[in-house]
Structures are given as structure tokens and as C-alpha cells.
Design a protein around this ligand. Structure first.
Ligand SMILES: [Zn+2]
Length: 205
């Protein structure tokens, strides 16, 4: 489990600039990314740090305001359309959480670096691969610039192995299809590859 290097009230000496850092929580669907993000943000709250949480306005699956994970554990968040909007809300906060980061454009990387450079702790959760197994959006770049990367895993819905792929059960090729339980399942590499071959065969029929 990830343990913060630092969670104190470390701004007592106002002249002393402390360092920020970037954490990435990545993995497939149903791997518990959002639960892990919420766990870390709750710990920061308990340490009486000022926390702001953002998610893409595109992700309106459950609720407009809350970051909601699949098990209904939730935390109030601000929906934003572009990463730059984060600057409008974070001038005096210490911890910035971002959920579903794969849906933002590449400018999110620069925004996160700037936030960390100005002393903030930035925690990003997102899908590392899309349903075709390709690195998703700016997640690879975010992982590169982060101090800490945590890859969380799901359980393969077919065989029970450790799963890191999000398998799309219908054959739609649209990339941004948001995750309801009935259209995706987590799969291990072998079951993912078998499922993709099966869909390929069906398309050719
Ligand atoms: Zn499997």
C-alpha cells in the first residue's frame, strides 16, 4: 500500500518553500483506482490539508459533482472541461486530486507539473490502457513525470487471474465509451487476447 512520504503541516515557516510531487494511480476498469484516490484524499483531509478534486465534465455516469467509484464511496469534486481550469480553483490548496485523467488532453501534463512545482501534492487516477490495449491519452506522460506510480489490478472476469486489461463486451470501436458494468469486464492478458480474437472472427463472418 502506498504510504505518503509526508503528510504534516509543513508550512509553519512561511519563508520555507517545501516541495510538491506527483502520484499516478493507474490500472484497468474495476481495479479500484478511484477507491485508492479517495483513500489518499481522505487521509489528507484527516491531516487537515486543503484538498480540491477534479474530474472531466465528460464523465457524468453517476453524479455531476461527486467523484464516485463503483462501490459508491464518494467525495465532492469539480467537473472541468480543460486542465487549465484547475488553476482557478487551487490557489490556496495543498492537495489536488484528478480522477478519470485519461479523458483530458495532453495539456494536463504541463498543468500537473506546474502544480507540483509550486509545492502542491498532485494525485492522478486514470486508465493506463484503452479497450484496445493502447496507452490511453496523457497517462503515459503523466507516469513519466510522476514521483510515484501505483498500478492497481482487477480480477479477470473469465478465469480469476490478475487482470490489467479492460475488455469491451460489445464490438463498438468508439474509444470514449464510459464504463458501465454491463459493457466492460476486466480480463487477464490471455483471456483479453482470446476475447479480441473472438470478436475479430465475428466481424469477418
Ligand atoms: Zn483470465
Amino acid at each position: 500500500m502506498f504510504i505518503e512520504p509526508h503528510l504534516g503541516k509543513y508550512h509553519r515557516d512561511k519563508n520555507l518553500r517545501t516541495t510538491g510531487w506527483i502520484e499516478v494511480i493507474c490500472g484497468s476498469m474495476f481495479s479500484g483506482k478511484t477507491e485508492e484516490l479517495i483513500r489518499r484524499l481522505n487521509r489528507a483531509n484527516i491531516a487537515r490539508q486543503k484538498v480540491e478534486i477534479f474530474k472531466p465534465a465528460i464523465d457524468t455516469r453517476y453524479h455531476d459533482i461527486d467523484v464516485v467509484s463503483h462501490n459508491s464511496n464518494s467525495i465532492p469534486s469539480t467537473p472541468i472541461s480543460t486542465p487549465q481550469e484547475i488553476f482557478l480553483w487551487t490557489s490556496n490548496c495543498e492537495v489536488v486530486g484528478i480522477d478519470e485523467a485519461q479523458f483530458f488532453d495532453d495539456s494536463l501534463v504541463e498543468v500537473c507539473v506546474t502544480l507540483a512545482n509550486t509545492g502542491k501534492r498532485v494525485i492522478i487516477a486514470g486508465l493506463d490502457m484503452d479497450f484496445q490495449g493502447r496507452p490511453f491519452g496523457s497517462m503515459p506522460a503523466l507516469m513519466a513525470v510522476a514521483e510515484f506510480v501505483t498500478k492497481v489490478h482487477a480480477i479477470c472476469a473469465v478465469c480469476g487471474s490478475v487482470a490489467s486489461y479492460s475488455f469491451r463486451l460489445n464490438a463498438s470501436q468508439e474509444r470514449v465509451l464510459l464504463g458501465e458494468t454491463d459493457s466492460y469486464e476486466a480480463r487477464c492478458r490471455r483471456c483479453y487476447n482470446e476475447g479480441m480474437l473472438e470478436q475479430e472472427r465475428k466481424r469477418k463472418l
